[in-house]
Design a protein around this ligand. Structure first.
Ligand code: ARG
Length: 466
C-alpha cells in the first residue's frame, strides 16, 4: 500500500500504478529531493517542531540513501510512484520512527516544485556555461578569420562582400541573447516554494526563509497557491532553449550549405562527419544536420508544456507531473548541441580562397558602383537604374563588371571615369563599410572588443551563481 494509502481499502491496479508513476523521470531529481528534505528537517528541528535527534537521524539517513543511489546500489521500485515516495519509504526503512516525521508540514506539491526549481537552476546554469563557451569559440575564430572575405547574402543571392569574422560574430550576438535568456530562466526558478505545503500553507510554525536560504533560493514565493502551481520558470527555460536551438539550427544550415561541393567554403573534420554505406565518396555533415533536426523536438517540448498549463485551475493538478520530461529533454538536447557545435567549429577548416573566388562573381560591387555615381552628383535612384543596365549588359555577355571596358561603363553614363576599376575591388568595398556595426576591418575590430567585454561580463555572472 502507498504511503498515502490509509483511506483506501485496496491498492491501485498495476496498470494504473505504472501509468501514474513519474519515477522513471523524476528519479533524476534525487539529489534535489534529498537536499530539500534535509533543509526541511533541519528547519523543523530549529523551529521546535521535531526533535534535533530526529532531524540528525533524518539527515544521516538521507545522506546514506544519496550515497547508495550515487553508487548505483539502490533499486528503484515503480510501486513507489515518484522520487519523493521512494526516498521517504527508504528513509523510514532505514531509520524507523524519525523517518515518519520528515513530511511534517510539507506536501509533495511544494516538495516536487522545489526539486524542479533546483534542477531548473542547475540546468540553466549549465546552459549558460555552454553558451558562453560557444561564444568564446566564435570570438576566437573571428580573430583568426579577421582577413577572410566571403559574399554576404540576402535571399541566398550574392549581396555585398563581408568579413567572415563579421559573419561569425553575428552568431556571437545571438548566443549572447541566449545567455541572457537562460539567466532570466535561472532567476525565475530561483524562488522557494517550500513551506507552501499542499496549497494553503500550514499551521506548523515553519520558517520558509530558513529553508529558502539553505537551498540557495533568492527569495520565498509570497503566495502558497502560486507556489505549488506555477511552472512559468519552466516555460522560460523551454523558451530560452527553443530560441537557442533555433540559432544553432540556423548556423547548422549555413555550415551544411557551405560544405557542399557547390560552395566549398568549409570542410568538417573527420570527427564531425560520417560516410555513406553505399556511396564511397560521401562525407556528410550529419552532426550539423542532427542539431538542426533536434530543434523540432525542443520546440515540441515548449508547446507541450504551454498546452499542459492552459486549462489548469488552481492549485496543484496531476497534469503538472508532465512538466519534467520536456525540461530534461530540452536542456540536455540543447546542452549537447552547444557543446558539439563549439567542438565542430574549432575543428573545421574555412576555405578563404573559395570564399574569395566566390566574391568575384555575382555583382557584389553593384551598390558601390551606384554610390560612385551618387558621389559624382547623380541621384541614387537614377544611379541604381544605370547599374541595373550594366548588370543587364553583363548578363547578355556572360561576364561580370570586371569584364566590362570603360566604354561600356561610359555608354551607360558619362559620369564614369577610368578610376571606376578601383571601385570593383572587393577588399576596398569591405573596408568602405565603416559605419558602427559595419563589416569594415576597423569596425569589426571594434565589435570584437565589445564581444570580448560581454564575455568578461558573462564570466562574472557565472562566477556569482548560487
Ligand atoms: N509526482 C508528482 C509530480 O511530479 C508529485 C506531486 C504529487 N502530488 C499529488 N498531489 N499527487 O507532480
Amino acid at each position: 500500500m502507498a504511503l498515502w494509502g490509509g483511506r483506501f481499502e485496496a491498492g491501485v491496479a498495476e496498470t494504473t500504478q505504472a501509468f501514474g508513476a513519474s519515477l522513471p523521470v523524476d528519479r533524476h531529481l534525487y539529489h534535489e529531493d534529498i537536499q530539500g528534505s534535509k533543509a526541511h528537517a533541519t528547519m523543523l528541528a530549529q523551529q521546535g517542531i521535531i526533535s534535533h535527534d530526529d532531524a540528525d537521524a533524518i539527515v544521516a539517513g538521507l545522506t546514506s540513501i544519496e550515497h547508495d543511489i550515487d553508487a548505483g546500489a539502490f533499486t528503484f521500485d515503480i510501486n513507489d510512484e515518484d522520487i519523493h515516495m521512494a526516498v521517504e519509504r527508504e528513509l523510514i526503512a532505514r531509520i524507523g520512527e524519525a523517518g515518519k516525521r520528515v513530511h511534517t508540514g510539507r506536501s509533495r506539491n511544494d516538495q516536487v516544485v522545489t526539486d524542479t526549481r533546483l534542477a531548473a537552476k542547475r540546468l540553466a546554469a549549465s546552459l549558460m556555461q555552454a553558451t558562453h563557451t560557444l561564444r568564446t569559440t566564435l570570438h576566437t575564430l573571428a580573430q583568426q578569420e579577421k582577413d577572410t572575405v566571403l559574399p554576404g547574402y540576402t535571399h541566398l543571392q550574392h549581396a555585398q562582400p563581408v568579413l567572415l569574422a563579421h559573419h561569425l560574430l553575428a552568431y556571437a550576438w545571438m548566443f549572447k541573447r541566449d545567455f541572457t535568456r537562460f539567466y532570466e530562466a535561472y532567476q525565475a526558478a530561483n524562488m522557494s516554494s517550500l513551506g507552501a505545503a499542499a496549497l494553503a500553507g500550514t499551521s506548523y510554525p515553519l520558517n520558509r526563509r530558513m529553508t529558502a536560504y539553505e537551498l540557495g533560493f533568492a527569495d520565498v514565493i509570497p503566495n502558497s497557491l502560486d507556489a505549488v502551481s506555477d511552472r512559468d520558470f519552466l516555460l522560460d527555460l523551454q523558451y530560452a532553449a527553443s530560441v537557442c536551438a533555433m540559432h544553432l539550427s540556423r548556423l547548422c544550415e549555413e555550415l551544411v550549405i557551405w560544405s557542399t561541393s557547390e560552395f566549398g567554403f568549409v570542410t568538417f573534420s573527420d570527427e564531425f562527419s560520417t560516410g555513406s554505406s553505399i556511396m564511397p565518396q560521401k562525407k556528410n555533415p550529419d552532426f550539423a544536420e542532427l542539431i538542426r533536426g533536434k530543434t523540432g523536438r525542443v520546440y515540441g517540448n515548449l508547446m507541450q508544456l504551454l498546452v499542459t498549463m492552459k486549462g489548469l485551475p488552481l492549485a496543484y493538478n496531476k497534469d503538472l507531473q508532465e512538466d519534467k520530461a520536456g525540461m530534461f529533454d530540452s536542456a540536455h538536447t540543447v546542452q549537447a548541441s552547444l557543446e558539439l557545435m563549439s567542438d565542430m567549429l574549432l575543428t573545421c577548416t574555412f576555405h578563404a580562397d573559395a570564399m574569395w573566388a566566390a566574391c568575384q562573381s555575382g555583382y557584389l560591387a553593384a551598390t558601390d558602383i551606384a554610390d560612385y555615381l551618387v558621389k559624382r552628383g547623380m541621384p541614387f535612384r537614377e544611379a541604381h537604374a544605370v547599374v541595373g543596365q550594366l548588370v543587364l549588359v553583363c548578363e547578355q555577355r556572360g561576364c561580370d563588371f570586371a569584364g566590362l571596358a570603360l566604354e561600356d561603363f561610359r555608354r551607360a553614363s558619362e559620369c564614369f571615369e577610368a578610376d571606376i576599376v578601383g571601385e570593383l575591388d572587393i577588399a576596398r568595398i569591405v573596408a568602405a563599410r565603416n559605419t558602427e556595426g559595419g563589416t569594415a576591418p576597423e569596425a569589426v575590430a571594434q565589435q570584437m572588443k565589445l564581444v570580448r567585454a560581454t564575455l568578461v561580463e558573462e564570466e562574472a555572472i557565472l562566477g556569482g551563481l548560487s
